[in-house]
Design a protein around this ligand. Structure first.
Ligand SMILES: Nc1nc2c(c(=O)[nH]1)N[C@H]1C(S)=C(S)[C@@H](COP(=O)(O)O)O[C@H]1N2
Ligand SMILES: [Mo]
Length: 475
């Protein structure tokens, strides 16, 4: 073999650009100037190598460019999921009591928590709608990204060096964390809190692990991703048909097949398929958060796609029957018991008594943690601040512990912060949209608070304890 006058450019992989045609496997021995005996072998060796199993990952579409396109979408989407999720957690929680705070030992990771405001009243609705809708819409992209890197996940040998071991570990956290977050989130939405009490810590800690792995992954791969994105023209790719689709140039990324099969789909087709999947999921999901007539399009919505009509015609999370509300709990014998806690004051009111208190209105949505929400409903009832005054908390009322006539279940009680009690729009509602509350919407009385997760709008309320210290520190 001739020695070139200048050293050749560094080969970028098993198929250097000026090297042998791809059908011929690289002739390694020659490059190192082996003995003549070794040189005699190549033709047979070549035959042998080409008959080696081609491996399971033969799609000609796999390569750094395609992986980077999916990666870029996730790079934009995942931080939005992370931030909306953390905000949602701040809204639900925390620092209230063991009742709402499902992650008592959150410690360091809770550094950012703050008293969620009551305005703008739609903030939680938008935040959680974006979180759930985006999470669902990104599922096809996540799966496509995993598909595109699957040869690397099963690469052998599994560990080549300590640095490689670290890289593999971060990939494990990345892939495992990603699947975990998407699966727990989707299950919680679809199966109605399948992890009673444990979903929040699981999803919360999982989010930190996943996001940490994403950050490390981005830091390690960003330069390569930028290079890969620049290596092909996106628009030209969208004009390339299946028959003109060729593999990306071989490189050391481990993504490009060394024995690519014939293309059965163009990159345009692959991107289109994933994009259509996301659009389809958006179409059957978003209506549950946008509301109005679009609610009927929310085929994936677990609740109230068709909640009926009339004043109480909006979605119901848990019906009175599911909550085991008995007629006698909310009938003639129903009493609203209001405690002043530390001050020993206590009043017991009949429904007529509650109706006789000053009635106020407020237009507020119900926005569930599951992502669905309602348009503004017009609620009427007694201000929580007025009820606090009944038991001696006149100026600056404290937080309140709310209990339902429901005997068991995660949402039978809730702790509300002082800022929620003080907001003039926070009511113990008796009526909605001009009619009495229906049995399923919490008759005879329910809480409605601006900018709060639906779980805080306790139905079938029968006891309020203002300034309760037994459930934790008030803020
Ligand atoms: N007592 C009680 N109140 C409850 C619940 C419950 O299960 N029990 N579910 C909560 C949840 S999760 C939501 S989203 C809202 C839904 O209110 P709606 O069914 O009137 O739409 O009620 C909340 N109030
Ligand atoms: Mo909810």
């Amino acid at each position: 073999m001739d020695v070139p006058p200048n050293p050749p450019p560094e080969p970028s992989g098993p198929h250097p650009p000026a090297g042998p045609p791809p059908e011929q496997p690289p002739h390694r021995g020659a490059a190192f100037g082996r003995a003549p005996a070794a040189r005699a072998a190549p033709p047979r060796l070549a035959g042998l190598v080409s008959r080696l199993p081609a491996g399971p990952w033969r799609s000609p579409l796999r390569g750094p460019w395609l992986t980077s396109v999916f990666g870029l979408v996730l790079l934009v989407g995942i931080p939005v999921l992370f931030v909306t999720g953390l905000l949602s957690y701040a809204a639900y929680n925390p620092n209230l009591s063991p009742i709402n705070d499902k992650t008592p030992g959150k410690g360091l990771l809770g550094f950012y928590l703050f008293a969620w405001p009551t305005r703008p009243y739609w903030l939680y609705r938008v935040d959680q709608g974006v979180h759930v809708t985006l999470g669902i819409v990104l599922v096809p992209v996540l799966l496509a990204k995993l598909w595109s890197v699957v040869p690397k996940l099963f690469a052998l040998p599994p560990v080549r060096s300590p640095a490689h071991a670290l890289d593999r570990l971060s990939l494990l956290l990345l892939v495992g964390g990603g699947l975990f977050e998407f699966v727990t989130g989707a299950l919680n939405v679809q199966l109605d809190y399948v992890f009673p009490g444990s979903f929040y810590p699981l999803h919360f800690y999982g989010a930190w692990v996943f996001f940490g792995a994403v950050a490390a992954h981005v830091a390690l791969r960003l330069p390569r991703t930028v290079r890969a994105l620049r290596s092909r023209d996106f628009r030209a790719e969208l004009r390339t048909s299946t028959s003109r689709t060729v593999p990306e140039p071989a490189d050391d990324s481990g993504l490009v097949s060394t024995h690519p099969a014939r293309p059965t789909m163009s990159r345009r087709g692959a991107l289109g398929m994933v994009g259509l999947g996301s659009v389809a999921l958006f179409v059957v999901t978003a209506g549950q958060s946008i509301g109005g007539p679009l609610r009927r399009t929310a085929l994936l919505a677990p609740h109230g796609r068709d909640p009926g009509s009339g004043p109480n015609g909006f979605p119901i999370n848990k019906t009175a029957a599911l909550a085991h509300i008995r007629a006698q709990d909310v009938g003639e014998g129903w009493r609203l018991v209001v405690h002043g806690d530390g001050n020993g004051r206590r009043v017991s009111l009949t429904l007529a008594d509650v109706r006789a208190l000053a009635q106020h209105g407020s237009a507020l949505p119900i926005a569930c943690v599951e992502g669905w929400s309602t348009d503004n409903q017009h609620w009427e009832g007694v201000r929580l601040a007025d009820l606090a005054a009944l038991v001696g908390h006149h100026a600056d009322p404290p937080g309140v512990f709310v209990e339902s006539a429901q005997l068991s279940g995660s949402f039978r009680a809730v702790a509300l912060r002082a800022n929620q009690v003080r907001d003039a729009r926070s009511l113990l509602a008796l009526r909605v949209n001009g009619a009495e509350l229906s049995h399923d919407h919490g008759y005879p009385a329910r809480v409605i608070v601006p900018d709060a997760p639906g779980v805080m709008n306790t139905k079938w309320v029968h006891r309020l304890t203002f300034g309760a210290t037994t459930f934790g520190a008030d803020t």
